[in-house]
Ligand binder design. Structure first.
Ligand code: PEP
Ligand code: CO
Length: 446
């Protein structure tokens, strides 16, 4: 294999990286990024990898979630807090049911660049660049705003740094107090008739907390009950940005991409000889690989051997996203190929990206029941093959948006227009994300 460097991806087949009008401006922006401090530390990435290795053995479970695309416009403290909060709520529910720790991994603090099915978009007879995500161009439909602008990379870095700073404060500063988290869950359960069926789980958490209080274990005696570890992730799509933030860890001499703890390769960029696979081959972060219907399992085995030649546990997570209609056809073969070749992987279900439909009003949406069906099939198929579901990957927000239909609050097609705020794919709102977690936890246990 040729020698890896943080720029060796340039000699491979590149897809979904924008063309800039002014390459000098891009170089200048990248030089600045190279001088900026890392956003995450190598030791944190190693901790996450160890946690993921535990999840692959069934001793932990992963919740990975956040916006499809973060935006400059929706950047504020409340949005960050509410996404963090719902991930904590989901984690409490899953831990209570499965009796294993939940790894909390946000699609946040760097999830800006998007691969698009078409490079161009036509509206009212005018054709412009598609919107590629806020770190590249603007969602506004004008020729100037749709031009890739390198200054946006610096703004994305800065937003990621502030987001991470707030997340670290929330994680360490008392916001993660389990008693409070569970009182929010009780609120969800009590607010609707349908939610009552989850009452037992939420009540059980209170029972545990009461018991611990009684034996003198509480937030004033054990600091850990007030704090959590929270990790960040995004699709490592924009390789110029990712490689500018790639550094050698002075403790171990290993190379880490310091833009996030966990980087994944999207469904459109995971193929042999892809620049994205080449880049990920050299970094020591844990890596996700999206697996959609077009994936050839034998090709994936080769990609895994390229990225993880030592078969290190926790290094590779397979985030499969087939859709409820396609999962029966594809997942069994993938699991067989991985098992036959003895590859260590963590199995993560992304029930979002294979279940996108158009609503009657033309908006992209997803039906809550399709997501439930896909995760439920995933759990069964993996079990039948002697493996297990180790995590979920969701596009979700802590806000009360109306972007996906269904759930106990019955978001309908007609409701979609009222609070449809996403910059890219539709997200679950806080209640839908929590409801899905209750269901997955019950199903995994059952
Ligand atoms: C995404 O996660 O937003 C995405 C584009 O997914 P995929 O690569 O699986 O299509
Ligand atoms: Co998406």
């Amino acid at each position: 294999m040729s020698k890896w460097s943080k720029d060796s991806w340039k000699n491979f087949k590149i897809k979904h990286i924008p063309q800039y009008n002014d390459p000098d401006q891009l170089e200048k922006a990248l030089k600045k990024l190279e001088g900026f401090p890392p956003l995450v530390f190598a030791g944190e990435c190693r901790n996450l990898k160890e946690d993921l290795a535990k999840a692959s053995k069934g001793d932990a479970f992963l919740v990975q979630g956040g916006d499809c695309a973060e935006s400059f416009k929706e950047f504020n403290a409340n949005n960050i807090r509410d996404t963090f909060r719902v991930i904590l709520q989901m984690s409490a529910v899953i831990t209570a049911k499965l009796k294993v720790p939940v790894i909390k991994l946000g699609r946040i603090a760097g999830q800006f660049a998007k691969p698009r099915s078409s490079d161009l978009e036509t509206k009212d007879g005018k054709t412009l660049n598609s919107y590629y995500g806020d770190s590249i161009n603007s969602i506004e439909f004008s020729e100037e705003k749709r031009e890739p602008n390198p200054a946006r990379l610096l703004r994305a870095y800065s937003q990621s740094a502030s987001t991470l700073n707030l997340l670290r404060s929330f994680a360490q500063g008392g916001f993660a107090n389990l008693r409070k988290v569970n009182s929010w869950n009780m609120g969800f359960v009590k607010a609707s008739k349908e939610g009552k069926k989850y009452e037992k789980i939420a009540a059980k958490i209170n029972e545990y907390l009461d018991f611990m209080d009684a034996v003198g274990v509480n937030t004033s005696t054990v600091i850990d009950l007030n704090t959590v570890e929270f990790f960040t992730s995004h699709e490592g799509l924009h390789l110029p940005y990712e490689s500018a933030l790639t550094r050698v860890d002075s403790l171990t001499n290993e190379v880490y991409c310091t833009s996030a703890h966990f980087i994944w390769i999207g469904d459109r960029t995971r193929f042999i000889d892809s620049a994205h696979v080449e880049f990920c081959r050299g970094i020591s972060n844990p890596i996700g690989i999206k697996c959609g219907p077009s994936l050839d399992p034998d090709e994936l085995v080769k990609i895994i051997e390229t990225i993880n030649p030592t078969n290190e546990a926790g290094k590779i997570s397979l985030i499969f996203r087939y859709g409820e209609e396609n999962i029966d056809q594809h997942l069994p073969g993938l699991v067989e190929a991985i098992t036959k070749n003895n590859k260590n992987v963590l199995w993560i279900s992304d029930p979002m990206h294979g279940n996108t439909v158009k609503s009657s009003s033309g908006l992209k949406t997803r039906d809550f029941n399709s997501l439930l069906n896909e995760t439920s099939k995933a759990i069964k198929i993996l079990k039948e093959k002697g493996c297990h579901l180790g995590g979920i990957h969701l596009e979700m927000t802590g806000q009360n948006v109306t972007e996906c239909t269904g759930g106990i609050y019955k978001v309908s097609d007609d409701d979609l227009n009222s609070r449809y705020h996403t910059h890219c794919d539709p997200r679950l709102n806080a209640n839908q994300a929590l409801e899905l977690s209750f269901n997955i936890a019950e199903e995994l246990q059952g």
